[in-house]
Design a protein. Structure first.
Length: 147
């Protein structure tokens, strides 16, 4: 191989290394940043004055867990990890898939950059979502109803 070709390969490798480093920094910033104040997306264009706080999640699916109710505290995590408050044994669920948190006594659901996403009432959420009574949350093959 010629010396010029080896020099070109060296510079390409360094460029790829820099691109990877910049990508790692950007992804770290996205993980660390505090989410903006979430707003509920409403199809009818109306905003409710003060939504009622969601106090629990009722399991709808899978059938073997149907009827199991989980009380919602200040902050809970949903996922396959044993440290999550709601453990979902499903291969379509990330280890730390989503979290539900309170802000000003209002419940919000946030997807934690999961592989397969978190859905509310059939729509994938991209930012923290204001939960209301009777919202249906789907994570993998599990479905919960907000109560």
């Amino acid at each position: 191989m010629s010396e010029q070709f080896l020099e070109l390969l060296k510079f390409l490798f360094l460029a790829l290394l820099y691109v990877f480093f910049i990508w790692v920094v950007i992804m770290s910033i996205f993980q660390i940043r505090k989410p903006q104040k979430p707003e509920r997306s409403r199809k009818d264009g109306q905003e409710s004055s003060q939504p009622e706080r969601v106090k629990s999640l009722l399991t709808i699916e899978p059938q073997e867990n149907k009827g199991v109710e989980y009380s919602l505290e200040e902050e809970i995590f949903l996922g396959r990890d044993e440290e999550c408050e709601i453990i979902i044994s499903d291969t379509f669920t990330s280890h730390r898939h989503a979290r539900i948190f309170l802000e000003e006594n209002i419940s919000y659901l946030e997807d934690l950059a999961s592989t397969n996403g978190t859905y509310v009432n059939g729509e994938k959420i991209e930012q923290p979502y204001l939960l209301q009574q009777r919202d249906r949350i789907q994570i993998g093959n599990s479905v919960f109803e907000a109560k």
